[in-house]
Every structure is written in C-alpha cells, then in structure tokens.
Ligand binder design. Sequence first.
Ligand SMILES: Cc1cc2nc3c(=O)[nH]c(=O)nc-3n(C[C@H](O)[C@H](O)[C@H](O)COP(=O)(O)O)c2cc1C
Length: 306
Amino acid sequence: MKHVLVITYSQSGQLDDIVTNITHNLSDKIKIHYHKIKPIPDFPFPWTGKSFWNAMPESVQMIPSDITPLNIDEQIDYDLIIIGYPIWFLSPAIPITSFLKCNQAKSILANKPVLTVIGARNMWVMAQEEIKKMIYECNGKLVGNIALCDKHYNLVSVITIIYWMMSGKKNKYLGIFPKPGISDEDISNVSILSPVISNSVINSDYDNLNEKLIALKAVRLIPDIVSIEEKGKRMFKIWSKFILKKGGPESNKRAFRLKLFSRYLLFVIFVVSPIASLIYYLTWPVLFMRIRRKLKYYKGVRLKAQ
Ligand SMILES: Cc1cc2nc3c(=O)[nH]c(=O)nc-3n(C[C@H](O)[C@H](O)[C@H](O)COP(=O)(O)O)c2cc1C
C-alpha cells in the first residue's frame, strides 16, 4: 500500500473540493491521509472589511500565526505529500505559511516529494515562489504544481471575489455578475489529473510529473497578469513594512495605514492595471522570448538560486 498525506487550508471549502476531486480518483492502491490546518484563532469567513485588509501585512511578510498541531502519524513513510492552499495578497495564506514554518513541517517534509495545489482568483505565481522556498527549507522536493483560477476577466473577478469573501455567498452578485471563484466545471474536471499522479506514486517516479501535469493544463498563467503581479508584490512588500511599523494584527494604530492601502489597491486594480496590460501587450513582440522563459520558469518546480 502507498500512502499520500494531504494537508490543506480552505475557508469556503473551494480548495478542499479541488483536492478531494484529485484524491478520490487516485488508485485504490493508495491510502489517503487528510489533515486540515486550524489557525488559533481562525480567520473569519465571511470576512469583514477590517479583518480582510488587516490580513495583508502578515500575509505578505509571511509572519506565522498560531495553529493547532496536526495529528499526523509520523511513523508512516509517506510516498507523496499534497499541500493545498489559497493565495492571500499575492502570498501564501497565513495558515499555510504558519504550517510550513513550524518544526512539525520540517520533520514531515524532509526528503519527501511534494505536490502543491492552488485555488486562487488569478494571481498565484509570487506566492508559489515563496512556497518553493519554504518547501526547500524543509528539505522537501517539489515535484508538481496544480493551479486553478477564476477564468473571468480580471476586473470582473475582483468584484465577484470581494462580494463572495464579504458575504460568504458563492452566487451571482446582483444576478448579473458571473458566479465567483473557480468554475464548478474546472473543479470537477481536475480529476483528469489523478491517473498521472497515481502512476507517479505507484512507481515512485516523480521525474516528469510536473511536465505531464502542464500538458494536461494543470496550471493557468496569463502573461499580463503575471507582469502586474510581479510589480504588485514589490509594492505590497513596501506597504506591509510601512503598516507593520504601527504594530501587529491587534493594533488599532495601523487602521489609517490599512485604509490608505485599501484605497491604493483599488485604484491600482481598476485604473492602473488595465493601462499596464495594454502597454504590456504593445511591448510583447519585443520581449517575447524573455516572457516565454519567465512563464516556463513560473510553471516549473525549480527554485531560482537565491
Ligand atoms: C484575504 C484574501 C486575499 C486574497 N488575495 C488573493 C490574491 O492575491 N490572488 C488571488 O489569486 N486570489 C486571492 N484571494 C482568493 C483566494 O486565493 C481564494 O481563491 C479564495 O479565498 C477561496 O479560497 P478558499 O478555498 O480558502 O475558500 C484572496 C482571498 C482572501 C480571503
């Protein structure tokens, strides 16, 4: 019998549905061990405006919060570890960072193949770079990545995700916007990836797993969105440091700076990013080779030398 350990964090259950559709269709020669990360205290869902923006500095600076230790049977020699996570502010969600930075993760991931599964709006590459680093620091080996996104136009998905996160309802905002998040069809179709994962686990051969997943369209990248994300992450790092000077998550003193950040971000999303996308595509022919190289790297499992 082979053993796969699955560790996830999901608020609405969207990410859990994706991971379950993958694992339920793995070979019956594989036993799955599920564990959910539980932050102390848990983050609210639905979010309030205040709690939502307040999660930004710690998400971006990857400051861990407390989590309940996972009740993992460490006597089992796991053949694969699947880590499923959502993205918060272009960074791994705080509960996943908290897990990957704890000592338990170091002992569990050491010398193990790791497959990451992301359920995001559409901006996940910067977070995945941080995840690559944390897996590397735990001596784990990233062997594959699956990233599902909301395929609607960027600005539409911003509106629908804000509605979903603030109301907790994954339905059509005002009856006219599309359903938020990853489509039901994409969540259900992710099971087509299960046979290649089963093969790798059964043969203990992960050498080409990521290439096979990419061929099955397991990751979705939109070039201009990646470019916006790279610049956005640099700005988020500056803003998060600026806000953290006023204290940690409990501090009321950072309220004004968080408000400034929220206004800045909405301005960038709705005014600057459409212009940036236009400029990006105008320069596309000149930068074609560079862009292609970059996208290939982000889809891959290799971590650039620091
Ligand atoms: C605080 C917060 C920030 C988010 N930031 C991003 C982001 O930067 N990029 C992105 O693609 N999705 C972002 N999302 C969407 C999440 O990645 C995810 O798709 C959504 O929260 C549903 O995940 P769940 O499975 O935990 O319910 C954000 C969500 C939250 C709550």
